[in-house]
Design a protein around this ligand. Structure first.
Ligand code: SF4
Ligand code: F3S
Length: 116
């Protein structure tokens, strides 16, 4: 599953990383921080900080997006990623109410919510 200490264990993505993801057809919101070693299309890192989704684990199950009570998530395209060609972005992570539903429901443990 996702490393809950990603924001200390992993580097923050750079402008070059964002450009490389864009070149690979990965849509993203510039407001959302990305963490980890980025090497598109296979390695896309962890997207978000308060609500964080590990794109290299997510299989696009969709239960998080369908069940979040405050609609934090939106779909983004991730062409040629080995696990799935769409992922959820925590676009409105600032709206999160820390209910932990998404953390509990994700079948592959791809989401971390920092409720502390
Ligand atoms: Fe939505 Fe709850 Fe997950 Fe926050 S913890 S993103 S409110 S499902
Ligand atoms: Fe992905 Fe898990 Fe949501 S697989 S789409 S983060 S339920």
């Amino acid at each position: 599953g996702i490393d809950p200490n990603f924001d200390t264990n992993q580097p923050k993505a750079t402008a070059d990383d964002f450009a490389a993801m864009e070149d690979a057809g990965v849509e993203f919101d510039d407001e959302i921080d990305v963490w980890g070693l980025i090497d598109p299309p296979e390695k896309l890192g962890i997207h978000g900080t308060h609500v964080a989704v590990d794109y290299d684990i997510c299989i696009a199950d969709g239960a998080c997006l369908e069940n979040c009570p405050v609609d934090v998530f939106t779909w983004v395209d991730t062409p040629d990623h080995p696990e799935s060609d769409t992922k959820v972005e925590p676009t409105r992570e600032d709206q999160c109410i820390d209910c932990m539903l998404c953390v509990d429901i994700c079948p592959v443990d791809a989401i971390d919510v920092d409720a502390s």
